[in-house]
Design a protein around this ligand. Structure first.
Ligand code: UDP
Length: 395
């Protein structure tokens, strides 16, 4: 862990019992991207913040662990990308970013394909050499499937890239990733991936992309600089106390847990990682290789050094295994199907009535957010607070 990381501390600050003014303006529950960005902005505005996190480290799922001098993305690969200049300037004001461009490879039954779906993929699969040829192939497969208005992920995928690509590169991967049939999953998930009729293997369409130089801990440490941060501190174990020491709570954990699962539990997907150090310099020649067939139990192998163009003598790889979230594991992905979205709406209706709590981030908003969108929402939140500053006091 980098030296700026706060020492884990389970002690509580002294509560202010004599005065009615709480000790902190904000209690921020969760030291991930939302919590750390919020703390940074609030500190810049002179607000007193306490950030707590139940894990022994800050950073949430972007936290990296150094192994063999390589920054290992302990909770899965994170690649920062955005088209929002304000967000890009904000993160770059904290740490410099490298020029990493994500170009994953997909492996299906021993054969390699380029991602996202582009002219290279189409050529490998069909031998099509022009956009016109590739489009004609997709259109024929879409027509044959008889899809006009895609109603689920399967139909959306076939209508975007045709049946061959769906069968080879999407179906198996998606059903492993989500533990559900593609016909039971929302279409928007597959729309995250670009489909291009150019020979361009960049996984993202965004203008800006990169990895913090020195790893994500540098970004988190920078965001939390000058902010009191306590790790190993579980909000739910001392809820009354924590709520009493701040004027407002910023909650970034699971919203159903915040409301004590009053309406029932929402579903999440979790990931487990099998990480190995290998005595070779370069194992797979790329940071990300997806294994798209159902029979391979993991979804991808990450070779961490390639995110930072590492030249260390050894290498570290992680196999990623998705499964259903259970209490005690880390929630990674909300399962935004109709059933869960309806449940979330009930919690959201309660959240909307709160005056002293801000809910933000993937878990509190039950949304498949990317990092840049989380920061964007924090920045917007501060714009709103500023605009309304003259009209209302914080509760
Ligand atoms: N996906 C796929 N095949 C791949 C990569 C992705 O079918 O080789 C689908 C899959 O449904 C996945 C979704 O695209 O859940 C979004 O992929 P992304 O890479 O954005 O997922 P993340 O990195 O957030 O896990």
């Amino acid at each position: 862990m980098d030296k700026q990381h706060p020492t884990p501390n389970t002690q509580h600050p002294t509560p202010n019992t004599q005065h009615s003014t709480p000790q902190f303006d904000y209690l921020i529950v969760g030291a991930g991207i939302y919590g750390a960005s919020f703390a940074c902005k609030a500190r810049q505005e002179g607000k007193r913040c306490l950030v707590i996190d139940r894990r022994p480290h800050s950073g949430g799922n972007v936290y990296c662990e150094k192994i063999e001098e390589i920054n290992v993305h302990k909770y899965g690969a994170h690649i920062f990308h955005t088209s929002n200049k304000e967000v890009w300037n904000f993160v770059n004001s904290i740490v410099e970013f490298n020029r990493y461009t994500n170009s994953p490879i997909a492996c299906h039954k021993g054969k390699l394909y380029n991602l996202p779906f582009n002219m290279n993929t189409f050529y490998t699969l069909w031998g099509t050499k022009t956009p016109e040829e590739a489009k004609a192939k997709i259109e024929a497969q879409r027509k044959e499937a008889g899809i006009t208005e895609p109603k689920n992920l399967e139909e959306q995928a076939i209508s975007l890239v045709g049946k061959d690509i769906y069968e080879i590169l999407i179906k198996g991967y998606t059903e492993k990733q989500w533990g559900r049939k593609c016909t039971e999953l929302p279409a928007f998930i597959i729309k995250r991936l670009p489909v291009r009729f150019t020979f361009n293997n960049n996984y993202f369409n965004d203008i800006y992309q990169g990895i913090p130089i020195g790893g994500y801990n540098k970004l988190i440490d920078g965001l939390l600089q000058g902010v009191e941060t306590r790790c190993n501190a579980d909000f739910f174990e001392n809820r009354q106390y924590f709520e009493s020491i701040a004027r407002k709570t910023v909650f970034t954990g699971k919203i159903d847990e915040y409301y004590n699962y009053k309406f029932g539990q929402m579903e999440y997907r979790t990931l487990t990682f099998e990480t190995q150090t290998l005595d070779c310099e370069n194992h797979q020649g790329n940071a990300v290789v997806n294994y798209t067939e159902r029979e391979v139990p993991y979804t991808r192998i990450i070779e961490h050094k390639h995110f930072e163009f590492g030249v260390q003598p050894k290498t570290v790889i992680s196999k990623e295994y998705p499964s259903e979230w259970k209490s005690g594991s880390e929630p990674f992905y909300p399962v935004n199907d109709d059933k869960n979205n309806a449940l979330y709406q009930k919690y959201k209706d309660m959240a909307d009535k709160e005056t002293g709590v801000i809910f933000g981030g993937r878990l509190a908003e039950y949304k498949y957010y990317d990092m840049d969108k989380i920061i964007e929402s924090v920045l917007n939140n501060f714009k709103y607070e500023n605009k309304s500053k003259n009209h209302r006091m914080l509760p």
